[in-house]
Design a protein around this ligand. Structure first.
Ligand code: FPP
Length: 252
């Protein structure tokens, strides 16, 4: 089945072609916070703060656009190479977000999960994550996955290690183990959006993006609005997704 003639309203009720959960899985590489700030003469941390506000807007808009799972790249494992002050500012924002938004998530039916490594995060943040995950576990309207200290390559490597000496392995069982490694589950990505002008995946959801549609935007993440998300979902709706098969028009 192809999604390309569906309207946004239809997407919310239709059975999607690929996502295992009903509705779309949209993943976002929220790039450009630093440039947004420096172009205004502000410290990079101000860009991340504005980026967190952007994330709030997008999370709020997602369910009405037929998005059931939203994965946001908040901190890559590669970001540890940045100055400690900048990484700490992002971690503080995350902690603040959990503190202010958990009740809101419960009210809005949002289930929050973290994917990525936790062992390098401050213990207080780890506890706040576990508390938010437990408090929001029953949310069914949107699954919000924040990727923090996340590396897709590392997750795949750890999943593969669990199969060491296993001779028979199905792609499904591998996906299941990858979901366990992530903890926040693993569904195929339908639409990957990257802001900030770069056109690369940067070690984000490598396995899950195998058949994803990509939308790259020049706009920097703090300038990204709910209308931009809606436009990207509309563009996705016009793409023909064949997963290697022939397009409908040719297949007959
Ligand atoms: C990329 O911009 C962005 C990040 C590395 C951090 C993203 C963090 C947030 C959106 C805030 C945390 C999220 C929540 C939900 C609390 P960049 O710094 O690489 O920008 P640049 O390419 O312009 O330098």
């Amino acid at each position: 089945m192809l999604m390309h003639h569906l309207t946004i309203q239809q997407i919310s009720t239709a059975q999607p072609a690929i996502a295992q959960a009903p509705g779309l899985h949209v993943a976002i590489i929220s790039d450009g916070n630093g440039r947004w700030a420096t172009s205004r003469g502000l410290p990079r941390s101000a860009g991340h703060r504005a980026g967190a506000e952007s994330a709030r807007r997008v999370i709020q808009a997602a369910p009405r656009l037929g998005i059931h799972t939203l994965t946001l790249f908040a901190l890559s494992s590669a970001n540890w190479k940045r100055p400690a002050a900048e990484v700490n500012a992002i971690l503080r924002l995350l902690h603040e977000y959990l503190f202010t938004e958990t009740t809101h998530c419960i009210d809005e039916g949002v289930r929050l999960s973290l994917i990525g490594r936790r062992d390098r995060l401050p213990a207080t943040l780890r506890q706040a994550i576990a508390d938010s995950e437990a408090a929001t576990a029953k949310g069914t309207r949107l699954h919000l996955r924040l990727a923090v200290d996340y590396s897709a390559r590392e997750a795949i490597y750890h999943a593969a290690c669990r199969f060491y000496k296993v001779t028979e392995l199905s792609p499904e069982s591998f996906s299941n183990v990858l979901a366990e490694v992530h903890r926040g589950g693993s569904t195929e990505v339908d639409l990957l959006i990257r802001t900030g002008g770069e056109q690369r995946l940067s070690d984000f959801l490598l396995w899950e993006c195998a058949f994803a549609e990509f939308v790259f935007l020049q706009k920097r993440w703090p300038d990204f609005t709910a209308a931009d998300l809606e436009a990207a979902v509309r563009e996705f709706g016009q793409r023909e997704r064949t997963r290697g098969a022939l397009p409908d028009a040719i297949a007959g």
